[in-house]
Design a protein around this ligand. Structure first.
Ligand code: ADP
Ligand code: MG
Length: 257
C-alpha cells in the first residue's frame, strides 16, 4: 500500500497547474483566477487571504471540486479532478473533501447525530461503524451527549459550527476546506471553533481555510495572499501565538491590508 498523505508529510495533497476561472457576466468575461500554480502539502494548515472579491471562495471551490476551472488542472489526493465526469466528481468529493462554510447548512429536520450519519451513508453501509464514528466525532468537538439528539436549530451558532466540523470529518477526508468558518460567530465561539480546527490539524488533518480575520489566520502555518487572480505573496508562520500574529500583521501591512 502506498503511504497515505498523512504518513508522508512531504507529499502534495493538492497541486494546481495553471488554474484559471472566468465568469461570464453580462456578456463580458471576468477572469477571477489566472494561471494559478499551487501546491498544498499533506498535513498542512493553509490559510487564503486577500481583498473581498479577490476569488478566495472561487479558489476553494475549484480546489475541492465544488466547481470546475475554466482552464488548467487540479489534482487532489492523486486524482485529476478536471478529468472526472459529474457523478465521479461528486463521489470523489464525498470521500475526499470535508466542507465547513460560513453558513452551517445542517439539515434541520434531522438530529445532530443523524446529520453525521447521512453524510457517512454516502460512502459506507456499515451503520454500526458509522454510528461509532459519529459519536466519537461529536465527543471530539466537545458537544455534550445530551445535544446529540437535538435538531440543529436548538444549538448556538458556535455549537452548530462544531457539529459542521464533525460532519466534515465524517468520511476521513484528505482535505478539510473551510470558507470563513467563524464569519457569523462572536469572538468566544470563534475561538472555540478555531481551537478545534487547530486540534484537528494537530491530529494530522490537512486544512485549507479562507478567512479575513488575522487572529484566525495566525493559526495556520502558511498564509497565501490572493490578488490579481493568483497567489501574489505568501508567508510562513511558526513559533508562539504572539510571534505568529506579529509576523502575519507585518506581512499583511506590506500587502496594504
Ligand atoms: P472572495 O471569496 O475573495 O470574496 P469570490 O471568489 O466569491 O471572492 O468572487 C470573486 C469574483 O468572482 C467576484 O467578483 C464575484 O462576483 C465573481 N463570481 C464568483 N462566483 C461567480 C458566479 N457564479 N458567477 C459570476 N461571477 C461570480
Ligand atoms: Mg468568499
Amino acid at each position: 500500500m502506498p503511504p497515505t498523505p498523512q504518513e508522508d508529510p512531504d507529499s502534495a495533497v493538492i497541486t494546481t497547474d495553471k488554474l484559471s476561472k472566468s465568469f461570464s457576466v453580462g456578456g463580458a468575461q471576468q477572469h477571477v483566477l489566472r494561471n494559478l500554480d499551487l501546491e498544498i502539502t499533506a498535513g498542512s494548515f493553509t490559510v487564503v487571504m486577500g481583498p473581498s472579491g479577490a476569488g478566495k471562495s472561487t479558489l476553494l471551490y475549484a480546489l475541492s471540486g465544488l466547481d470546475r476551472p475554466t482552464l488548467g488542472t487540479v489534482r487532489l489526493d492523486g486524482t485529476d479532478l478536471t478529468a472526472l465526469g459529474e457523478d465521479a466528481l461528486a463521489r470523489f468529493r464525498r470521500g475526499h473533501c470535508g466542507f465547513v462554510f460560513q453558513q452551517v447548512h445542517l439539515l434541520d429536520s434531522l438530529t445532530v447525530l443523524e446529520n453525521l450519519l447521512v453524510v457517512g451513508l454516502l460512502v459506507s453501509r456499515d451503520r454500526g461503524a458509522l454510528a461509532d464514528r459519529a459519536r466519537s466525532l461529536l465527543e471530539r468537538v466537545n458537544l455534550p451527549e445530551r445535544d446529540w439528539t437535538k435538531v440543529p436549530t436548538m444549538l448556538s451558532g458556535g455549537e452548530a459550527q462544531r457539529v459542521a466540523i464533525a460532519r466534515a470529518l465524517m468520511n476521513r477526508p484528505a482535505v478539510v476546506f473551510a470558507d470563513e468558518p467563524t464569519g457569523q460567530l462572536g469572538s468566544e465561539q470563534s475561538a472555540a471553533v478555531l481551537d478545534l480546527l487547530s486540534d484537528v490539524h494537530a491530529d494530522g488533518q490537512t486544512i485549507v481555510m479562507v478567512t479575513h480575520d488575522v487572529r484566525s489566520a495566525a493559526r495556520a502555518e502558511r498564509v497565501l495572499y490572493l490578488r490579481d487572480g493568483h497567489v501574489s505573496h505568501e508567508c510562513s508562520l511558526s513559533g508562539r501565538t504572539d510571534q505568529r500574529t506579529q509576523a502575519l500583521t507585518s506581512f499583511l501591512t506590506e500587502m496594504g491590508w
